[in-house]
Design a protein around this ligand. Structure first.
Ligand SMILES: Cc1ncc(COP(=O)(O)O)c(C=O)c1O
Length: 439
């Protein structure tokens, strides 16, 4: 074992793992869409790390902006106005297209959601918060309870008032329902949601959260009618509609924010990851005119020592400029179309592929073990560690990504070229050949 790994295992606690069950690889270099281990092996970063390295590794403009800010003023308290603080908020509001919105900055995604919860409660006077079972919203006390998937359990019993709903997921809908089309899917889940709102007392509900496109829980792309329908329900019952764009934001789905695909007006939008692409940590909430005006005369009980940290803000300004300069929107359109074609071919070729889902460069491959679409592993039930094994097989071949339940994520940096994408997906194809043989 190298000294780096040995020391890491001695002193670090690694996330979401039994410490003796893991073997953290030693990484010595990262550049573009690649990273290298200490033995010189090269990996395609096909998850963009935690779906945050949207601009890949080693972007010079972001690095320079961070260096400049560290030299100029690494820190000044959150109550002061400084150039990058104002510029970053302006750039985010303009990118969001939300008229007269304002930004409250945080350190990362979970805190963004924590503060969105507080704002929704303050605005509506309600205290219940809805979110989807198939979701991940962070690991802190509130965001952990907002999370629908199993990573929530460690937070339970948590603060009260977190209610879960079933969001649209046509592929795994109850066998009795036979959807004709996307509108039908939306109608079905909207009816369930409105019933739940009534059962819970609409006057008690502060917010309905959703990942605009569900990320780690399987890249679930909702019908347009669902998003519009949730907006109507929120307006009807005076509930805040809150989209978590921590993962889906910043061109991942092809548009600057994922909600731009759905032609909808939101009350609150949480963001993080792609705002700085991980070069420094930063997140926040874009607060619509309606909500931010509430705080004109009502005290906003939100604050952090590192709210709107100057170095984070400098990184935001540079990152947003880089998305423009590098033509990321256009590249996602081009490479997203290529990835869609490749995935469609794989779905035809491999019996182990049940469904593929993709929007922009946000995609997932759902693995099954038979023609009936039985998931390759059960929900929270993979005693043999089959999915980690498949992820390991991919990694051994130089394709780094992660899985959740029976789903493999394919979410490369948005800077990927057609050649890189085609080459990387050849590895994926080969590993799926082996998975086919396993089933
Ligand atoms: C949709 C979504 N929301 C929130 C979070 C939490 O963000 P963070 O880990 O920066 O706290 C994540 C992290 O993966 C996420 O994917």
């Amino acid at each position: 074992m190298s000294n780096i790994k040995e020391k890491g295992m001695q002193y670090n606690l690694y996330s979401w793992s039994a410490q003796k069950a893991i073997n953290p690889m030693v990484i010595t270099k990262a550049e573009g869409i690649y990273f290298w281990d200490e033995d010189g092996n090269k990996y395609y970063d096909m998850s963009a790390q935690l779906v945050n390295a949207n601009l890949g590794h080693g972007n010079k403009a972001i690095i320079e902006a961070i260096k400049d800010q560290v030299e100029k003023m690494p820190f000044i308290g959150p109550g002061y106005s400084i150039d990058v603080r104002s510029d970053a908020a302006e750039a985010l509001v303009k990118t969001s297209g939300m008229k007269n919105a304002k930004v409250f900055f945080t350190n990362a995604g979970a805190e963004a959601n924590e503060n969105a919860i507080k704002m929704a409660k303050a605005y509506t006077g309600g205290w219940k918060i809805f979110s989807a079972y198939r979701s991940y919203h962070g690991a802190s006390a509130g965001a952990g309870m907002l999370t629908g998937e199993a990573r929530r359990f460690a937070n339970e019993p948590g603060p009260a008032g977190f209610i879960k709903y079933d969001g649209p997921y046509a592929y795994r809908a109850p066998a009795q329902v036979n959807f004709k089309d996307e509108d039908d899917v939306a109608d079905f889940y909207l009816e369930l949601l409105e019933n739940q709102i009534k059962y819970e007392g609409p006057q008690l509900i502060a917010g309905i959260f959703m990942e605009t496109v569900v990320g780690s829980n399987g890249v679930l792309i909702p019908p347009k009618k669902w998003i519009k329908g949730v907006r109507e329900l929120c307006t009807k019952y005076n509930i805040c509609m809150i989209c978590d764009e921590v993962m889906a934001g910043f061109y991942r789905t092809g548009t600057a924010f994922a909600f731009h695909n759905f032609d909808v007006e939101l009350d609150l939008v949480s963001f993080a990851k792609g705002a700085t692409c991980g070069y420094v940590p930063l997140g926040g909430v874009i607060v619509s005119e309606k909500i931010q005006k509430h705080f004109d005369n009502n005290k906003m009980f939100c604050g952090l020592t590192y709210n709107a940290h100057p170095v984070g803000c400098a990184a935001v300004v540079a990152t947003i400029k880089e998305y423009e300069r590098l033509g990321i929107k256009e590249n996602v359109a081009k490479q997203g179309a290529l990835l869609a074609d490749i995935l469609k071919d794989m779905a035809k070729k491999h019996p182990s592929v049940g469904e593929i889902r993709h929007i922009g460069l946000f995609s997932a491959v759902e693995l099954v073990k038979d023609d009936q679409g039985t998931p390759l592993v059960g929900y929270n039930d993979d005693p043999e560690g089959l999915m980690p094994k498949i992820v390991g097989m991919l990694k051994k071949e130089g394709f780094s990504t992660y899985s959740n339940q029976n789903v493999l994520m394919v979410t490369p940096p948005l800077t990927i070229t057609s050649e890189e994408l085609t080459d990387a997906m050849k590895i994926f194809d080969r590993v799926l050949d082996s998975v086919d043989k396993m089933i």
